[in-house]
Design a protein around this ligand. Sequence first.
Ligand code: SAH
Length: 298
Amino acid sequence: MEGPVCQVAWGCYVLLAISIGAHCAMSSDNLACPSTSDLRTQPVAALDKEGIGPAMTSIPMIACSTSLSEHHSGGSGTNKNKQMVEQLQRYGVISSKKVVEVMETIDRALFVPDGTPAYVDSPMAIGYNATISAPHMHATCLQLLEENLQPGMHALDVGSGTGYLTACFATMVGPQGRAIGVEHIPELVASSIKNIEKSAAVSPLKGGSLSVHAGDGREGWPEHAPYDAIHVGAAAPEIPQPLIDQLKPGGRMVIPVGKIFQDLQVVDKNLDGSVSIRSETAVRYVPLTSRDAQLKGY
Ligand code: SAH
């Protein structure tokens, strides 16, 4: 799907979002026009809270893109990252001071492929039929998990992709805590470690409180369980039992669940070990699946 057809597809997202009054204001000027494969795999498009229908909720961000080279040449990337976070606050996506702080600290431009617009509120292709989630989805998940990302706590990021959220988690839980990323594409594990090395989360990486591992995230990462916070960055047909088992009593998991129609579910493990589940919002993520299925295009 190219050119005008692509624009029509994006136009539909825009119209849908306007017609259902999605909670974020939008500007089609700032929407990136992704490639065919992006459209198939990337729509981490938040739906409206009532679940009426799909809509790309996109915040008018920074009109132009910033490449890594721009970032390194003048430091302007840091300001643009700050402006992106300000926009997310202005449009009501972020209300938490801690989430503002961490998103200002971890510059998104260091995690997107070179030449990709870093501060546009849209998911971006990162190769291997995967995407980096849109800034508003990162913000939403950080905010839902905030209480479970206190200093000293343990956090697991399943489907860690670029490593952006793993870096945020490590920054929030601090050197006494533990942030683990699990990603099943080894090349993404390697590139995420390089991304983290360039970012403000380099010290937890070097200090050992942040690590990223190649593996099937549906099995969790038992070595550092139980976890106060689990984030899953890909949609599971149903919640994997090992992830529930590895959640600490008092812990919280945020996970997109479903195939075509997906909900971002918030799973709280109560102190007696029982589990409460609620749907936060309708979403569309790439699937939590086998590596083979993902590389074949699902
Ligand atoms: N949250 C990340 C990536 C989101 S895309 C970011 O924003 O950068 C979802 C990621 O989940 C992809 O990187 C994909 O490779 C990974 N994934 C899908 N199924 C998986 C599985 N079974 N185990 C581990 N990772 C998986």
